[in-house]
Every structure is written in C-alpha cells, then in structure tokens.
Ligand binder design. Structure first.
Ligand SMILES: [Zn+2]
Length: 396
C-alpha cells in the first residue's frame, strides 16, 4: 500500500481499532514487572503505524529504559511547533477482572489496561494527526508543525519525560511553544497539580542478645522518637496550600525493623510520602526534615538517623502555561466544551515540563476514576471527542 492509501485506510477504519491495537500490547511498567523495556513492542507498533501514515519518526534514548518515540509532521518552515505527549506504560494488570489486553469493544466502551490511562490519549493524538495531515489535500490551513512524544515510565520513575527534557528536546532543530500532556481529564484543562517526594529514614542501633537488652541499643525505639518528631514538628506544621490542588500532605506509610525476635534491633526504616503543592520546592523537603532530626540528635547524641531520597516529581504550577491555556480555552469554547481550568492532586509528566520552564497543560479523553482500576475502560464517545479536541488544537 502507498502511504496515502495506508493513511486513508487507517482514518476510514476509525480511531477505535487503533486504540484496540495499542491496548492489545501489554506495557506494564518495567519497574513493576522486572521485564526490561516493556514499552518496546508498543513503540515499534506506533513507529510503524506513524511511518505508514507518512510521518517522520525518531527514537530518543532513555537511560536504562526503552526509547521514547517522537512522531513529527512538518508542514511549513517557520511555523510554530506544538508538542503532544502521551505515556506508553501502564500500571500492573494484577487483580483485573477483565482481560487486560482483550481490548473488547462493548457497551460503548473499550475495555483493558491502559485504555483510559493513557493509550486513549495516544490513539486520539495519532489519529488526529493523521486527519490534520490529510487535510492538506482539501486546502486546509495548517498553522502549526506538530510533534507527538510517546514516552516511557510515567507510572513509576518518570524517567521518560526527564530524558525527553534533558536530551530529547535539545537535540531537535525546533523548540515546541507548549506541550499538551495526554491524561484522562474528561477533556477539562488541568493547569495545576501537586508533586510528590518520597524518601526513607533509617535509624541504626546496636544489636545484642535480648536476654540482656542493656548491651544493645534499639533502632526501633529510636525510630519511635523519629516518627513522633516528624509527626509533631514537621507534618503538623505543614500549611502550604494551593487554591486549585488543595493542601500540602505528608504521611509515614511503611515501617520495617529488626531481624529476629530475640535480637535487639540494629536497624529500622520508615518510608514517607509528601505531596507538594504548586509553589513549594520539592528540594526543600528533606532539608526541612533534616532540621527536625538535627534537633533530636542534639538532645540525644546516640541517636543515629539518616534520610535517603527515593523519588521526586515536581508540581505543575501556573507560572508558564497562561498563554497555552488561553489557546486551549479558545479551542474548547469553539467545540462547546467547558473551558474552566482545574487543578488535580495527582502528579503527571507535566510537572517536570513546568519545572523546565516549558508551558504544559494536561487534557484528554476519559476519566481518572477509571485509571488503575480492575476493569479499566474508556468510553468511545470520549475517545471521539478527544480526537476532535486534539485536531482542533493542531489547527490552533
Ligand atoms: Zn497516566
């Protein structure tokens, strides 16, 4: 088939079979399964689909992971670039009560892991780009050059978007003026969300036979004081708040300590999750808690406690996305969709884009309520509206 015939065939089949093809490929995040480069088969499928539709593609390396895939449609030198982004990985399929990769079309929905979060947005973006490009023949004005980044590892490490920012985008001969991040938002524009910082605190003691505890020093006892101090002197005093995303949050959610019932424990560990609101600096979190630990250590020089950062994702603020929002709102208005911007508590790839000074708005078909569920689905009606919205955004 020629490229033109292939594009026509893809477009006339509709966006449903495209989404079904993507859902049939299992892409549970590599950090969950231990299987390396879990997105690779989907990246290959998207690459061959995009090439078949006449688009340029390029792989962008992500250290330790499958490559990100960039699809580009260049329709005029000097025209501004708009970037769309959608992650290819999904959460686990464990405990699902439907066939995770069945991609069944039933009751006006497409069922399967990733249908909603977020292969639906990826399918809608690629399908919309096919229509945008095909519009050429009809003499459609095409004001924007368009790129779609299909990224890896959003659900766990966010290494895909970070590599895109650090090495992928700087390697291009263009700079996108904004990024439309695809996540299920029921087509409402998300302009702000919280970030997350996760870390561990380890206390150390001295192991001894429990027949004579005085010969040892309990790391668990030390940890009870650390927990008490973090709860009362750090968590209780958090007061940062954002009008759109709510209040700063912090909770100690895991504990592990000791090695045997008759040994004074030499080590104890807790894991803490902190939600930072827009305007807060994630890099301030550990130093602030360190100050609390320092006070404890000053009062008791035998106390040994140290922190280690496990994960940090910046919040999405409204510092950079004002102009992009105005554009998205104008498009939403033309389509008769609600234009009021929202904030959400969950983190997305948009936080890192914002932290890098790149304007980003999160918007896409489907509802976050169906993401990560045991019977994940996406309404076909939402999928169609997603295509119309992304196409209209491409037309500007
Ligand atoms: Zn997602």
């Amino acid at each position: 088939m020629t490229t033109a015939a292939q594009t026509t065939a893809t477009l006339s089949a509709g966006v449903e079979p495209l989404l079904q093809r993507l859902v049939r490929i299992n892409t549970v995040n590599s950090n969950i399964t231990g299987i390396a480069k879990s997105e690779a088969p989907l990246a290959a499928e998207l690459e061959s689909l995009a090439r078949g539709m006449g688009f340029e593609t390029r792989r962008m390396p992500v250290p330790g992971q499958c490559d990100n895939l960039l699809v580009t449609h260049r329709c005029g030198a000097g025209k501004p670039w708009l970037l769309f982004e959608s992650h290819m990985d999904t959460v686990s399929i464990e405990g699902m009560c439907i066939a995770p990769t069945g991609a069944e079309l039933r009751d006006g929905k497409i069922w399967g892991r990733g249908s909603c979060d977020t292969k639906g947005t990826g399918a809608a973006m690629l399908f919309a780009l096919g229509r945008y490009a095909a519009g050429d023949a009809a003499g459609d004005a095409k004001p924007n050059n368009i790129a779609i980044a299909f990224t890896v590892d959003e659900e766990i490490g966010m290494t895909g978007v970070r590599a895109l920012i650090r090495t992928g985008l700087p390697s291009l001969d263009f700079k996108p003026r904004g990024v439309i991040v695809g996540e299920p938002t029921r087509l409402r524009p998300i302009v702000a969300h919280n970030g997350a910082v996760r870390w561990r605190v380890v206390t150390r003691g001295v192991a001894a036979h429990s027949a004579d505890p005085s010969k040892g020093r309990s790391a668990i006892r030390a940890m009870t004081r650390v927990i008490d101090a973090i709860e009362s002197r750090y968590i209780a005093r958090l007061d940062a708040r954002d009008a759109m995303t709510g209040k700063a949050q912090c909770s100690i959610n895991m504990i592990r300590g000791g090695s045997q019932i008759n040994i004074i424990p030499a080590e104890c560990e807790i894991r803490i999750d902190r939600r930072v609101v827009p305007g807060e600096d994630p890099q301030r979190v550990l130093p602030d808690v360190e100050a609390v630990l320092k006070e404890l250590k000053a009062a008791d020089p035998t106390l040994e406690a140290e922190q280690e950062l496990l994960f940090s994702a910046p919040p999405l603020s409204q510092r950079h996305n004002g102009a992009l929002l105005a554009e998205v709102q104008s498009t939403l208005g033309k389509l008769g969709l609600p234009i009021e911007p929202l904030g959400v508590p969950f983190a997305t790839d948009a936080g890192d884009l914002d932290a890098a000074g790149i304007p980003a708005i999160v918007i896409g078909p489907g509802d976050i309520a169906q993401a990560h569920t045991k019977d994940e689905w996406l309404e076909v009606d939402q999928l169609h509206r997603g295509v119309e919205l992304y196409l209209a955004l491409m037309h500007g």
